[in-house]
Design a protein. Structure first.
Length: 127
């Protein structure tokens, strides 16, 4: 006959299941938010729109645009991050792929880099 440990209950494993389920739900929301968010490129900067947030970054605050790969157990995906002069890098919403060679992803990356390049060449007319 197996006896329960003192202070334990039969409901204890359900808390673990609930915690794992909540973590999974957060991960799914994060991926959907990143994949279906949108970025508006303007001559002055980028405007990020996602389910959870709205944010603007001026081109003058951008120090780089990098392609980032991520690997999990049986999955691999890529996104684009904007490196900022002040603060940590941010993932650009809407530029996301799970395919190794995705022409649309490469095109979108080239467009973002072109906008950034144009903003760096823009003459300063304030002086």
């Amino acid at each position: 006959m197996v006896q329960a440990k003192p202070g334990s209950s039969a409901e204890e494993p359900w808390w673990w299941v609930a915690a794992i389920g909540a973590a999974w739900l957060c991960a799914v929301f994060y991926m959907i938010n990143r994949g279906y968010g949108r970025t508006l490129l303007t001559p002055d900067g980028m405007k990020f729109h996602s389910f959870a947030s709205r944010r603007s970054i001026a081109w003058s605050d951008v120090t780089g645009i990098e392609r980032k790969s991520h690997t999990a157990r049986s999955a691999e995906w890529w996104d684009v991050r904007v490196e900022r002069a002040s603060g940590r890098p941010l993932a650009i919403p809407g530029i996301f792929t799970a395919r190794r060679y995705d022409p649309l992803f490469e095109h979108n990356l080239a467009v973002v880099r072109e906008y950034w390049s144009r903003a760096q060449r823009k003459p300063d007319i304030s002086s």
